[in-house]
Design a protein. Structure first.
Length: 412
C-alpha cells in the first residue's frame, strides 16, 4: 500500500474517531439532563418517561459507537488485505472482462451484507427489544434480509453490466450517459418503490371509510394535493415506532400512515402530522431533495470517471486496475467525505422541516402540532436534551424542543 493509500485509511480512522467523539458528547449531555424534564414539556412528559428516553438514547448511542468503530475497521481491512484475495479468487474462475468486474462487485456486496447482518440482528433483538419496540420475529428478519439481498442483486447486476460496458464503449463520455441513466432510474424509483417494492415488505391497505378519512381528504383538498390515496402500513409487525410519510412523484403520490401512529394519536394530532407532510409537498422539498441528490451524483460520477481513467487509484492500495476494484475501493473510501458533508446536508433537511412545521401551524394551528410532536417524542423515547454538536452532524430533523419553541414563538 502506498503512502496515499495509507493516508486514506488514516482518514477513515479519523472520521470514525470524530464519530465516536460526537457520540460520547451525546451520551454525556443526555445523561447530565436525565433527571430534569425541560420546562416546556413538564406538563406532558413525566420524569420517568424522560429518564426512560435517556436510557434508550444512551443505549442506542453506545451501540452506534460499536457500529462506527466496526464499520471503519472493516473498511480499512477490506482496502488493506481483503480486496486482493477476493479478486484473485474470482480471477481464478473467470476470464478478464465485464463478467469478472461485475462478479467482483456483487461478491463484495454479498460478503459485506453477511458481515453486517449480526449487528442488525443485535439491534433488533437486543436493543430494540430491550425497550419494547421490536416486533420482528427471526423468520421475518431473515426474510427481510433475503428479500433485500435479492432486490439489490436484481437491480445492481444489469446496472453494473451497463456501466462497465459504457466504460469500454465510450471511455471519455461514459460517465455522462451513466449519470443521465442514473437520474432517470432514480425518478422512476419514486413511482416503482411505493407500488412494487414496499409491498414486498409491508402490507398497505386503504384508510377505512369514516370521519378520519373524510377529515384527511378535506385537508388534502384544501392544499390542492392529488394522490393515489390514503394508506395504512402494518408497521406494527416489525416495530412499535410511529410515523407517517408521502411517497411517489407526480400523480403517483400516496399518503402512508403507520398503524402504530393511528393507534396512539388523536384525530387533531394526525391531521397536524399530515399537514406537516403536505408542507413538504407545498414547498417542493421532494423536488429539491432530488435536485440535491442529482448534484451529489454528478460529482460522484465525475470522480468515478477520473478514477476509472487512471491506473493510480487502485495502485494506491496495491490492487489491480480493474473497474470493479476501483468502484468498490471508492465506496469504501468515501466515508470521510460524507462525514464532512453531513452537517450541510443535515442543515438543509432541518430547514425543510421548519418550513413544513410552519405550514402545518398556519393550516391547523400550533397546539395540535405541538401535541403531536410531544407524543411522537414520548412514544418513540426520543431525547428532549440532545447534544447540539451531535445534532448538527446527525439530526435530519431539528430537535423537538427547538421545533416546539419555534412554533410557539411564531404563534405568539
Amino acid at each position: 500500500m502506498s503512502a496515499v493509500g495509507l493516508a486514506i485509511c488514516l482518514a477513515i480512522a479519523a472520521s470514525a474517531g470524530l464519530g465516536v467523539y460526537l457520540r460520547l458528547r451525546q451520551m454525556t449531555t443526555v445523561a447530565a439532563n436525565r433527571d430534569r424534564v425541560p420546562p416546556d414539556f413538564a406538563r406532558d412528559v413525566t420524569l420517568d418517561e424522560h429518564r426512560r428516553a435517556a436510557e434508550y438514547t444512551i443505549a442506542k448511542t453506545e451501540f452506534s459507537v460499536v457500529e462506527t468503530i466496526s464499520d471503519a475497521a472493516i473498511s480499512i481491512l477490506w482496502l488493506a488485505v481483503g480486496l486482493a484475495p477476493l479478486y484473485a479468487a474470482i480471477a481464478a474462475l473467470v476470464e478478464p472482462g465485464l463478467v469478472r468486474s461485475v462478479l467482483f462487485v456483487l461478491g463484495f456486496g454479498v460478503i459485506a451484507s453477511l458481515i453486517d447482518m449480526p449487528l442488525a440482528a443485535v439491534r433488533a433483538f437486543w436493543l430494540e427489544a430491550r425497550f419494547g419496540f421490536n416486533r420482528l420475529t427471526p423468520r421475518t428478519f431473515l426474510l427481510d434480509q433475503a428479500k433485500t439481498g435479492a432486490l439489490e442483486l436484481a437491480i445492481s447486476t444489469p446496472l453494473l453490466f451497463g456501466m462497465f460496458w459504457l466504460l469500454r464503449a465510450a471511455p471519455d463520455t461514459w460517465w455522462l450517459f451513466a449519470y443521465v441513466a442514473f437520474i432517470a432510474i432514480a425518478v422512476a424509483m419514486t413511482v416503482i418503490y411505493p407500488t412494487v417494492i414496499a409491498p414486498l415488505f409491508n402490507k398497505f391497505t386503504p384508510l377505512e371509510e369514516g370521519p378520519m378519512k373524510r377529515r384527511m381528504e378535506a385537508l388534502l383538498a384544501r392544499c390542492g394535493f392529488e394522490s393515489k390515496g390514503l394508506y395504512v402500513m402494518d408497521a406494527s409487525t416489525r416495530s412499535t415506532h410511529g410515523n407517517a410519510y408521502f411517497s411517489g412523484f407526480g400523480k403517483a403520490k400516496r399518503i402512508v400512515f403507520f398503524d402504530t401512529l393511528l393507534e396512539k394519536h388523536s384525530p387533531d394530532e394526525i391531521e397536524s402530522i399530515l399537514a406537516h407532510e403536505l408542507g413538504h409537498f407545498k414547498f417542493g422539498h421532494v423536488r429539491q431533495m432530488l435536485m440535491q441528490a442529482a448534484a451529489v451524483a454528478f460529482l460522484a460520477f465525475a470522480v468515478l470517471w477520473l478514477a476509472f481513467g487512471s491506473d493510480v487509484f487502485a495502485g494506491w492500495f496495491g490492487l489491480p486496475n480493474d473497474p470493479g476494484i476501483v468502484l468498490v475501493a471508492l465506496m469504501l473510501a468515501r466515508e470521510p467525505i460524507w462525514h464532512v458533508l453531513s452537517p450541510l446536508l443535515a442543515w438543509r433537511s432541518r430547514r425543510a422541516e421548519f418550513e413544513a412545521d410552519a405550514f402545518a401551524r398556519d393550516l391547523v394551528g400550533q397546539e395540535p402540532m405541538i401535541s403531536a410532536l410531544t407524543r411522537l417524542t414520548r412514544d418513540n423515547l426520543a431525547t428532549l436534551t440532545p447534544d447540539p454538536l451531535y445534532a448538527t452532524f446527525y439530526f435530519s430533523h431539528p430537535p423537538v424542543p427547538v421545533r416546539v419553541a419555534q412554533l410557539r414563538a411564531a404563534g405568539s
